[in-house]
Design a protein. Structure first.
Length: 714
């Protein structure tokens, strides 16, 4: 196909999960070509999460996608730096640094200039004169000199930053002037190589590439703007977003989700229901058995190659000495075991000679036991002979053990006794990392699973670039850990809904730089009618508290988070908002309303009652007055509480008396222990007042005596 064609792409959409994000890039498909490269992409993306889709009328089909490493190519618009320019820039930086050090030393000397303390005076003698003017002049001189030094220091620091940036640019141009160059770790990027086939190129089509990256998180917040009359409010849904993905999000369609980016779920399997005689269940297989005798594919290659002397393998090598070529990070299970078996008999192993046109490989003797172990694979507890099989080496890489008889007869007998289905692990389905061994390599004709690091090293070697690959990958991991460990801003809470997961979409395109700092972004605005009410508990306080209620305008819940409340153009307060479900009511306290005046007076009377004065009655009368000095009608809720008796106490009773106007029982559901509550609900017009009265009597048997406490209501 030739070299891939570079596609200019941009970030179109981002979905940020509870931890991690999925980024979608889009690019227009050229009319010619079948192999394309889209990049640069961040180094921290998950290679297995890359997905490609092509949209458009009669669009081509993406048949292959693989992730590779790259360093930005040499930019012809930036010519190589001249040596004299680099030397001049270095001298400029050194000179400015010396000037800064000189200013620092000068400032330290001036700061030592201080006013000399007055000498001590002996008792009975007059103190010496104090030169106040000279002292003030000295202090003024020191202040002026320090101010001038600070101004010069600020100017030199700005010049030094510019000079250092210019020098870094010259160094970068000098490194970029050659093909085989030493690249910095921060220059390393990834790219997606995409193969497109079919379709019509006459019509415009677009390719979208999505990938997942871990260095991103978010937390919800809100802003509520109320009018002066507290009748209408605008709820703004906001979010604090932090990302260190390595690429800025400029003008992207943003969606914030409360779900985890990855998870395991078992799909249900619906069994078929048939009428008739029961049939035996056919065991399922992962794939067809590997083909045998793949050496026959290389008959012509061996015939054309010159003969080579055989290599005799030592006989003292056991199966335990075999080399596992599968990297640690690619092993399917940490409980990997090897079974020791009797070493096979020594046998000469002949290497097929190479043709004259082929490059000469580096040959190394291999133990016969190692070759025997690599030719065996374990499936379902039965050793299968896979020598020469197409997937032999792949199965070896994930085998749990390697022991067995030296020849193939024992394996054949085992197969006659029990035939186990061949099952494939998930790693074997990663086709992008499978490589077919060359004819001159041991185990030729087999597919082997390459590690991510091997693929990265191969990509770097093909570009003739020297780079600290381990350092670059470690830097990405460090940046991701810092982003995920950064504490949330004050009063913010991680998005963890109590029920289902929800997604919140921004109404417009937003920006989020990749600096690892939380940025407050506006997602959407919703207008809703507000209902203001006032609550007063005169028995506890004479202050009236403002509350506002409004319906949740979203089809999703409002999650826990801080909410900033404005009344008109004035900022009022920041309050924690608890989760409100879809269709729920948002209730917020807005502090004390000074224009509602409340007074409470209580009268108490004690008398004897009953036959022969055998009962004591404590009669209470409470009078409450509420004055509304607002410019509108106020909906006021006045709360009172009656004394309560024990459950089994029959000698003390509380009897309601006359109440004007009528009240209602009030027992909040969130406080089941609070009993005896009563409340009035009334609307008081502007400039008017309301009077509330209530009477109740506490009856006590004569055999009891009131001890402690207060007989009267305060």
């Amino acid at each position: 196909m030739g070299a891939p064609i570079h596609l200019e792409s941009r970030i179109d959409a981002v979905t940020v999960f509870r931890a991690g994000a999925v980024i979608t890039r889009v690019a227009d498909v050229p009319r010619e070509g079948e192999l394309f490269k889209l990049g640069p992409l961040p180094l921290g993306l998950d290679d297995g999460s890359v997905r490609v889709s092509v949209t458009g009328d009669d669009a081509p089909t993406a048949t292959e996608v693989r992730v590779t490493l790259e360093v930005p190519d040499f930019d012809p618009s930036r010519p190589p730096a001249r040596p004299e320019d680099v030397e001049t820039a270095e001298q400029r930086v050194a000179k400015l640094r010396d000037q800064l050090q000189q200013l620092t030393r000068e400032a330290q000397r001036i700061e030592t200039l201080g006013v000399v303390t007055r000498p001590t005076v002996k008792a009975g003698r007059e103190p010496p004169a104090s030169p106040a003017e000279a002292r003030m002049a000295l202090l003024s001189l020191r202040e002026k000199r320090l101010t001038a030094i600070d101004d010069r220091r600020d100017r030199i620091q700005r010049e030094l930053r510019d000079a250092e940036r210019k020098l870094a640019d010259l160094w970068d141009r000098e490194r970029s002037a050659t093909n085989a160059r030493r690249a910095e770790p921060h220059e390393l990027r990834k790219a997606a190589v995409i193969a497109l086939r079919g379709g019509s190129r006459e019509r415009a089509s677009r390719v979208a590439v999505s990938y997942r990256i871990d260095a991103a998180r978010w937390a919800p917040s809100y802003t509520l703007r109320l009018d002066r009359e507290l009748r209408e409010g605008t709820l703004e849904v906001r979010a604090a977003v932090c990302q260190r993905t390595g690429e800025d999000w400029d003008g992207v369609r943003l969606m914030l989700s409360t779900a985890e980016p990855t998870g395991w779920a078992e799909l249900p399997e619906l069994p078929s229901i048939r009428i008739g005689r029961r049939q035996p269940v056919t065991p399922k297989r992962g794939w067809r058995p590997p083909p045998q005798d793949t050496d026959a594919l290389f008959t012509d290659y061996d015939r054309a190659a010159p003969p080579e002397p055989p290599v005799i393998a030592p006989t003292s090598t056991s199966v335990l000495e075999t080399i596992d070529e599968t990297p640690a990070e690619d092993q399917p299970s940490p409980k990997r075991k090897r079974a020791a078996g009797p070493p096979p008999a020594a046998a000469p192993v002949a290497r097929a000679p190479m043709p004259a046109s082929a490059p000469a490989p580096q040959m190394a003797p291999q133990p016969a036991a190692e070759l025997a172990a690599r030719s065996m694979t374990r499936a379902g507890g039965v050793m299968l002979e896979a020598k020469g099989g197409l997937f032999g080496a792949v199965l070896d890489a994930f085998a749990e053990g390697g022991g067995g008889p030296a020849g193939g007869a024992g394996v054949a007998d085992a197969l006659e006794e029990e035939e186990a289905p061949l099952e494939a692990s998930d790693e074997l389905l990663d086709y992008g990392r499978l490589r077919l061994l060359a004819p001159h390599e041991g185990g030729r004709g087999r597919l082997v699973l390459q590690s991510r690091r091997e693929l990265y090293v191969h990509a770097i070697e093909t570009q003739q670039i020297e780079i600290d690959l381990s350092g670059a990958l470690a830097g990405v991991d460090k940046a991701t850990s810092r982003c995920l460990a950064r504490p949330l801003p004050g009063a913010h809470v991680a998005p963890t809904p109590s029920g289902y997961d929800y997604a919140y979409r921004a109404s417009g395109r937003v920006n989020a730089p990749a600096d690892g700092v939380f940025h407050n972004l506006s997602l959407s605005e919703h207008t809703s009618s507000a209902r203001a009410r006032f609550v007063v508990v005169p028995r506890e306080s004479r202050e009236a508290f403002r509350f506002v209620e409004l319906d949740n305008p979203l089809d999703a819940p409002l999650l826990d988070g801080p909410i900033d409340v404005y009344v008109g153009e004035d900022f009022l307060l920041t309050s924690p908002l608890r989760e409100v479900g879809p269709g729920g009511i948002v209730r917020l306290g807005l502090g004390v309303e000074q224009r509602l005046k409340v007074s409470r007076n209580a009268r108490f009377e004690e008398r004897s009652a009953g036959l022969m004065g055998g009962r004591l009655e404590l009669e209470h009368e409470v009078e409450i007055e509420v004055s509304n000095q607002l410019q509108r009608t106020a909906s006021v809720e006045v709360r009172e509480r009656l004394p309560i008796t024990g459950e089994d106490d029959d000698d003390v009773t509380v009897v309601d008396g006359e109440v004007s106007p009528a009240w209602e029982v009030w027992e909040p559901k969130d406080q089941p222990a609070l009993k005896g509550g009563r409340r009035w609900r009334l609307d008081i017009p502007a400039g008017e007042q309301a009077k509330l009265r209530s009477r109740y009597t506490v009856k006590i048997a004569s055999k009891h005596e009131l001890v402690g406490g207060n007989r009267r209501e305060p």
